[in-house]
Design a protein around this ligand. Structure first.
Ligand SMILES: NC(=O)c1ccc[n+]([C@@H]2O[C@H](COP(=O)([O-])OP(=O)(O)OC[C@H]3O[C@@H](n4cnc5c(N)ncnc54)[C@H](O)[C@@H]3O)[C@@H](O)[C@H]2O)c1
Length: 428
């Protein structure tokens, strides 16, 4: 059943983009919301959208203009929280969808945030370091009026990093007249960043992977793991699985695919990638030329940790894994989701599986407020507890209501958001 949605005047109805995918997900969960369904329209409309012009002077003296966005999808449960993406293809629809998925993710793991996201339509590879800094600072100044440690806290996303977070924090602080470390997370440690933040997403993937394996009666020791994407998320998850006794039998990145039935030495592969930029050319595993063959690899656990829409109706039937852990955002299309569900594959959805990053961002924000910093052990212990609790509540709902973990995660999250909405009441 397809429901016709009212498309806001600022989106093109025939090309509604990722926002349309999100609306479909909300339709799937609505029947499970009981009387709270009365408020569901709240989730289908971002609370606040700011579109800004970001002009900079280029190094050659010309003036360039870029389009920037900050979308606060929902702030019923707390300030907005979500990354900033610098990419030439960023659209308002995409930023709206990503902000809404942050609302769901933050509520699913029960951190006290709403959902937000930002973006600038720019290819940062075309900018010098000075130009990149000017784009970052002008964009931050333009969105300054709606961000802040108690209002909306940006973080890194695609093509943004701790250096950019440092510039954002400095720009905001200069505009406010006082140093505000808590305005962004994912900062360098020396500026109020948190220990464990860099590894947090991969660690969260590993923690929910262990929970999922336990429910499936699968022993992590000896389990065969295949990982797509060997960056921040994929390489950390692979390392933790290997340390727990699993065998990493396949790794694919943008430039290569390698397999080894005996297991890949993850530390050696990390060193290779650090030196050469890709898994391509790694000698202690077999290299496969046909990229599509990655999906045929005999494995127990598959971790897509690269890009969106990698697992599709075209390759879902080839997948042999019993468990899929979505390290990436949106790696599985809805059609593939249905095929894998019918095959009995357990998919731990992105809104739970990769929530370790925002969880430790939350710790960073708390530490900045109190100016008291925790040890890495404390951070990892608290992260593990939050991820396990989140998995357990979603698991229970999925068993009780006989729905997928994705629908269950949306039920848990949307119920929390709409309960907050109802308890606060409608202003005025
Ligand atoms: N870093 C985080 O804290 C975090 C948090 C939540 C979600 N995510 C999501 O996880 C995913 C990966 O993020 P990351 O931070 O590890 O990025 P990254 O840039 O560190 O790594 C990305 C990896 O994907 C690989 N890749 C790129 N194109 C590919 C292709 N076509 N086929 C196979 N591999 C390809 C790259 O080679 C690289 O190994 C993204 O979807 C991101 O949104 C990241």
């Amino acid at each position: 059943m397809s429901i016709q949605h009212e498309v806001p005047s600022y989106l093109t109805p025939r090309d509604i983009g990722p926002w349309g995918v999100y609306l479909e997900q909300i339709d799937r969960v609505t029947p499970y919301l009981g009387t709270l369904a009365r408020w569901v329209e709240t989730l289908k409309r971002p609370k606040r959208i700011l579109v800004v012009d970001v002009p900079i002077e280029r190094d050659d003296g010309t003036i360039a203009h870029f389009e920037g966005y900050r979308v606060q999808h929902n702030t019923s449960r707390g300030p907005g929280k979500g990354g900033v993406r610098f990419h030439q293809d960023v659209t308002l629809s995409e930023v709206m969808a990503l902000s809404a998925w942050m609302t769901v993710k933050n509520a699913a793991v029960n951190v006290p945030y709403g959902g937000a996201k930002g973006g600038v339509r720019v290819d940062p590879r075309q900018l010098s370091m000075g130009e990149l800094q000017r784009v970052t600072r002008r964009y931050t100044s333009e969105i300054n009026i709606i961000i802040g440690p108690t209002k909306d806290i940006p973080a890194p996303d695609v093509n943004t990093n701790e250096k950019i977070m440092a510039w954002m924090m400095d720009t905001y602080s200069m505009n406010e007249g006082s140093t505000a470390t808590g305005v962004v997370t994912g900062k360098p440690i020396s500026l109020g960043g948190s220990l464990g933040r860099q590894e947090a997403t991969g660690r969260g993937v590993f923690v929910v992977g262990c929970e999922a394996a336990a429910r499936k009666g699968m022993d992590i020791r000896g389990a065969r793991v295949a990982v797509q994407g060997f960056g921040n998320v994929g390489s950390v998850a692979a390392r933790l699985f290997a340390e727990a006794g699993a065998r990493v039998v396949a790794v694919q990145d943008h430039a290569g695919t390698i397999v080894s039935e005996a297991g890949i030495d993850v530390a050696a592969l990390q060193a290779h990638v650090g030196q050469h930029g890709s898994v391509g050319g790694y000698r202690n595993a077999e290299s496969i030329a046909d990229r599509e063959a990655f999906w045929d690899v005999d494995c127990d656990i598959l971790v897509p940790a690269a890009l969106e829409q990698q697992i599709t109706a075209g390759n879902a039937h080839r997948i042999k894994a019993k468990i899929i852990l979505e390290g990436a955002n949106g790696p599985t299309t809805p059609a593939a989701d249905d095929i894998l569900h019918d095959k009995g594959v357990l998919i731990v959805p992105d809104v739970i599986a990769n929530a370790g990053g925002v969880t430790v961002s939350y710790f960073e924000w708390v530490q900045d407020f109190s100016s008291f910093f925790w040890t890495e052990d404390e951070i990892n212990l608290r992260l593990t507890r939050i991820m396990r609790d989140a998995f357990e509540s979603v698991w229970q709902i999925s068993v009780d209501k006989k729905v997928s973990l994705r629908t269950a995660a949306f039920i848990v999250a949307c119920t929390r958001v709409l309960q907050a909405r109802e308890m606060r009441g409608l202003y005025p």
